[in-house]
Each structure stands twice: as structure tokens, then as C-alpha cells.
Write a protein that binds this ligand. Structure first.
Ligand code: FMN
Length: 181
């Protein structure tokens, strides 16, 4: 057993729980990936989002093979990456739970291609599935960005660190958006 004060070091075989805990030390933002319509819609909380390429405009995320969103994506081939704001921690937990994630209960509107955009998200990227790659128990989805938006400037993001969700509020004071320069 390892206590908080002991250093951690592990070589093969790597335990899933330990890997998850160590990856949890890498601070990320939080997104909800949404797709589909009506009863065939789904949303899943995802922090494996990464921007890939500016030209062409590509992003990626990794989705568990048993995710309900996977089936929807395979039909629609379009999805939205919703960047959550600091106050949206309850929404992130809702979409991280298999039985309660009901898109119909959350305020949303549609992208030009018909994918659901969470209306209170900090920003969104609407994408077409450009490619899928095997990644162990996950599928790596690469999306081509076809529409994007930031409905309200200067909102603080939701961040994930060591298994907890919180708003990045104080650190933002004095920061300037990088897209101005
Ligand atoms: C902060 C956070 C980040 C997560 N990131 C991912 C992820 O990148 N990929 C993934 O497949 N699941 C991720 N999950 C887990 C899914 O949200 C969760 O398994 C969800 O219940 C799957 O339900 P679904 O079948 O509706 O997709 C994350 C959960 C949390 C709380």
C-alpha cells in the first residue's frame, strides 16, 4: 500500500487504477460531446479532447468503446464539443453517469448540421467525423471543425484535477485572450 507521503513508482504490469490516478495529475478542461436528435441523442463528459491541426481544422477525443454516444456517432457522423464553464460541474457529473444523461432535459440549440449545442457552454466546436482509430478500450475520434462559437467572453472554465471538478476563477485575473494577438 502507498501512503500520501511515499513516492510512487510502478513498472509493468501497470494497474488501471494507478494509471488513472497518475493521469489525474494532468490538469485538463472538461467537455461534453453531444450528438444526435430526440430519443437518439446522447452526451458524454470527456476530458480527452485535444486540438490536432489548424489547416485543415482537426481535433480529437477518445471515447470508451461501450459508450452509448459511440452508436449515435456512427449514425450521425457529426458531433459538438462543448467546453464547460466553471459553474457547470453538476452538468459534467450528469453526463458522466449512464442512467441520467438526458440531453432533452438540458437547454440546447442546433448547429448548422443539426448537432446539439449546449446553450450555456463556454464555447463549442461543431465537427464532422474525419477518422476513427483503435486505441485499446477506447476509439480515437478525429473531427473536422465546421462551425464554432464563444457565446459569452470572459467566462471561467471548468477544470478536472485529481478526480475533482472546480472552476478556474482566481487564476484568470489579469489574463488576456491569446487570440487577440
Ligand atoms: C471529468 C471526466 C472526464 C471523462 N473523460 C472521458 C473520456 O475522455 N472518454 C470517455 O470515454 N469517458 C470519459 N469519462 C467517463 C464518461 O463520461 C462516463 O463513462 C459516461 O458515463 C459514459 O456514459 P455513456 O455511455 O453515455 O457515454 C469522463 C468522466 C469524467 C467525470
Amino acid at each position: 500500500m502507498t501512503t500520501a507521503s511515499q513516492p510512487l513508482h510502478q513498472a509493468e504490469p501497470i494497474e488501471s487504477k494507478t494509471l488513472r490516478n497518475v493521469c489525474g495529475l494532468f490538469v485538463t478542461g472538461v467537455t461534453v460531446i453531444t450528438a444526435g436528435e430526440g430519443a437518439r441523442s446522447a452526451g458524454t463528459t470527456v476530458n480527452s479532447f485535444t486540438s490536432v491541426s489548424l489547416d485543415p481544422p482537426l481535433i480529437l477525443f477518445c471515447l470508451h468503446k461501450e459508450s452509448r454516444l459511440r452508436t449515435v456517432l456512427q449514425e450521425t457522423r457529426t458531433f459538438v464539443v462543448n467546453f464547460l464553464a466553471g459553474k457547470q460541474a453538476p452538468l459534467a457529473w450528469t453526463f458522466a453517469t449512464r442512467d441520467t444523461a438526458a440531453l432533452q432535459d438540458v437547454t440546447h440549440h442546433r448547429s448548422a448540421e443539426g448537432a446539439p449545442i449546449l446553450s450555456d457552454a463556454m464555447a463549442f466546436l461543431a465537427c464532422r467525423v474525419a477518422n476513427e482509430f483503435e486505441g485499446g478500450d477506447h476509439t480515437i475520434f478525429v473531427g473536422e471543425v465546421v462551425e464554432l462559437g464563444v457565446p459569452r467572453q470572459n467566462q471561467e472554465p471548468l477544470i478536472f484535477f485529481r478526480g475533482s471538478l472546480s472552476a478556474l476563477e482566481e487564476e484568470l485575473a489579469g489574463l488576456h485572450p491569446i487570440w487577440d494577438g
